[in-house]
Design a protein around this ligand. Structure first.
Ligand code: MG
Ligand code: MG
Length: 266
């Protein structure tokens, strides 16, 4: 039987928004320093300090045994890359996923950063993945179903010849980081859980430049593409509304910082 889906009150949704905005500000701090020569471990330390200084709790650290505040997945790493000694280099793309727990509610968001000058075909992968997220969000309204979100994402990604990862999916967000329903990035129109007002979900397309197949590394965490092709990941936490989804997380802090630094924004 499917797990029950929680619906949040307006006040509770505002608490998810506060946590989600702190995730966006944290990712902006990452965006302030990300550059060739920086290690993924440095990004993790600054994220943890920033969240705690802002009155939040790192949402991932300790959950399912996760050792870090952010997960940093570089190039062929899709998600769940463990930060550490890896040094970012010119031309890399780094997907940084972050969660915050504050006032009893989680926020969850991810952004794929370009490190220095990135190949045009990889920039295109990032742009299309971000478009997939927007198309998924456009379907996230009352009386639609999770399959409508997945269908919109899958159709756009596959129209560009990209792969849609099947093993990892979006999810409900609330008092727990991962709640029902599952929100796959593929699917059939009119199938899956029905969306109703007050549901809060994370939509998070994970799109590969090559085949969709992934495997997990021996660290028990990092998920990589089997064919070694690069991958991108953008995620927002949103509330289901009538006619329009309410996006609770934001990329605007991140992109303001990238523009300040004179960096390209996909
Ligand atoms: Mg996430
Ligand atoms: Mg998530």
């Amino acid at each position: 039987m499917a797990k029950p889906i929680n619906r949040l009150s307006g006040e509770e949704i505002e608490l998810v928004r506060e946590s989600s905005l702190l995730v966006g500000k944290t990712l902006a701090e990452v965006g302030r320093v990300i550059a060739p020569g920086v290690t993924t471990g440095e990004l993790d330390r600054l994220a943890e300090t920033f969240i705690r200084d802002s009155g939040g709790i790192p949402g991932f650290k300790g959950l399912y045994g996760c050792p870090s505040t952010v997960l940093v997945s570089v190039n062929e790493e899709v998600v769940h890359g463990l930060p550490g000694k890896r040094v970012l280099k010119e031309g890399d793309v780094a997907s940084v996923d972050c969660g915050v727990l504050m006032n009893g509610f989680y926020g969850d968001s991810a952004y794929t950063f370009m490190v220095g000058e990135v190949a045009p075909e990889v920039q295109a992968l990032l742009a299309v993945t971000k478009e997939c997220l927007a198309l998924g969000i456009a379907q996230a309204v009352a009386n639609q179903r999770t399959g409508d979100i997945g269908f919109a994402i899958q159709r756009h990604a596959e129209a560009h010849g990209y792969g849609v990862v099947r093993e990892l999916v979006g999810h409900g967000v609330g008092r727990k980081l991962h709640e029902a329903p599952e929100v796959p990035n593929y699917g059939r129109r009119g199938h899956g859980a029905r969306l109703t007002e007050g549901m809060v979900i994370a939509i998070e397309p994970m799109i590969t430049m090559g085949a969709k197949d992934v495997r997990q590394l021996e660290d028990g965490w990092t998920v990589v593409t089997r064919d070694g092709s690069p991958s991108a990941h953008f995620e927002h936490t949103i509330a289901i509304g009538h006619g329009k989804a309410e996006v609770l997380s934001t990329f605007s802090y991140i992109e303001d910082v990238l523009k300040e630094r004179g960096m390209a924004v996909v």
